[in-house]
Unconditional design. Structure first.
Ligand code: SF4
Ligand code: SF4
Length: 116
């Protein structure tokens, strides 16, 4: 069970919902906000705070927003991962270094070819 941010959230940057969440499970990109279903404790505190009724519990989710459950899950996971890599100054240097480091450590593909 979790809560899900749906299409009406588009372009709202008031984030009234974020302010009341006791477990800080909201993530945001340019499009809308997302709830991390792993951390959400289903307290429902955010639901009445949203002025456009964009947040729904699983039992009340309108069918036209069904795809937003997976969208919240995927986006929250990706944004959470990025947060973990961004350094204290808020830039992306640490993320870039981590990707480079992992790429260098990863086993490279081996190509076999025959010499005639
Ligand atoms: S209050 Fe509602 S519309 Fe505004 S950011 Fe939160 S979910 Fe989106
Ligand atoms: S239901 Fe509660 S825990 Fe889940 S996102 Fe809303 S305020 Fe946060």
């Amino acid at each position: 069970m979790t809560h899900t941010v749906c299409e009406p959230c588009n372009d709202c940057k008031y984030t009234d919902c974020v302010a009341v969440c006791p477990v800080e499970c909201f993530y945001q990109d340019d499009m809308l906000l997302y709830i991390d279903p792993v951390d959400c404790i289903d307290c429902e505190a955010c639901v009445p705070e949203c002025p456009v009724e964009a947040i729904y519990g699983e039992a009340n989710l309108p069918s036209q927003f069904a795809s937003y459950v997976q969208l919240n899950k995927d986006k929250a996971a990706a944004l959470k991962l990025m947060d973990e890599f961004v350094d204290d100054k808020g830039d992306w240097r640490k993320l870039r270094e981590t990707i480079q480091e992992r790429w260098l450590r990863a086993p490279k593909a081996t190509f076999y070819y025959s010499v005639r």
